[in-house]
Design a protein around this ligand. Structure first.
Ligand SMILES: [Zn+2]
Length: 286
């Protein structure tokens, strides 16, 4: 069975001080590129959709079928976790119904007690079906916080309480930010990561993995981060490769306007980026 909830994988990653990459898909090409990277490196991989990407593609059921069918048509043999990234309460329930292997319930905008209660409910629903859950404590900085040089920091006591809900992995704010990092970013907060890692055994998740220098990511992984989310990096790689195709006038050459030709360099660029991150994260081959 290629599709898996990944529980054992992420526990082993935390124990073994390596991480498994979580890569966002947006369409068929993205899906193929991410799966191809996992297969080429012979490593387990997590493929995820945001709520927005799920909506864009036509719903979670369609995405789940797309990933499952692509695994089959590409003869993928490495373990794959199909995951919902940053789901709200309703989205998490929908993805559970649609057959995802894993869902993130992101209640960080809610009052903490409500985040805790709703996380417990999602854990109960998901675990009854053998589906994993990622919780989130403390908010993670985003583009709108571009003027602030430090991302949010998770509160250790809140992290302990969320871990106690039985979540299978926990996203923690340690100064990380989504999207492009501002010039004045102060870096990851390793003191806070150490406090969190000492307090809880749950595999920890680092969001906003695009744009963090390699040495900081490697250090964070050695301290308890077992899942690293990377999204923006693939988007930039894709966009640059497609732009280069047009800049070189390739669309004017023989049938160069064929979408399959236009999209090929972008797809290759996504695969290359994913493979390079798998290398950074030290994910061992199976
Ligand atoms: Zn995130």
């Amino acid at each position: 069975m290629v599709l898996t909830n990944g529980n054992e994988m992420f526990k082993a990653a935390r124990d073994g001080q390596y991480a498994i990459g979580a890569f966002n898909t947006n369409n068929l090409e993205w899906t193929r590129a991410i799966l191809a990277a996992g297969q080429a490196t012979n490593t387990p991989i997590l493929i995820q959709t945001s709520m927005g990407a799920g909506k864009y593609m036509g719903g979670y059921k369609l995405v789940q079928n797309l990933v499952a069918n692509t695994i089959e048509s590409m003869n993928i043999t490495v373990p794959v976790v199909m995951h919902l990234d940053h789901g709200n309460y309703e989205a998490a329930k929908e993805a559970i119904e649609a057959g995802y292997n894993s869902v993130m319930f992101d209640g960080h905008d809610l009052p903490f007690e409500e985040n805790l209660e709703k996380t417990k409910e999602i854990v109960k629903l998901a675990h009854a079906k053998g589906i994993s859950v990622e919780g989130e404590v403390g908010s993670i900085g985003g583009e709108e916080d571009g003027i602030v040089g430090a991302g949010e920091l998770a509160d250790v006591e809140e992290a302990k309480q969320l871990a106690a809900t039985g979540v299978d992995y926990l996203a923690v704010g340690i100064g990380n930010i989504h999207g492009v990092y501002p010039e004045n970013w102060t870096g990851l907060n390793f003191d806070r990561l150490k406090e969190l890692a000492d307090a809880i055994d749950t595999p920890l998740v680092l969001h906003g993995g695009s744009g963090i220098p390699k040495e900081q990511i490697v250090k964070a992984i050695s301290m308890g981060i077992a899942k690293v989310n990377v999204n923006t990096e693939q988007q930039i790689a894709w966009s640059d490769a497609v732009k280069e195709y047009y800049n070189a006038g390739n669309d004017k050459k023989e049938k160069g306007f064929d979408p399959r030709k236009v999209l090929a360099p972008g797809t290759k660029a996504i695969q290359d980026t994913v493979e390079s991150r798998i290398d950074w994260f030290g994910t061992p081959s199976i």
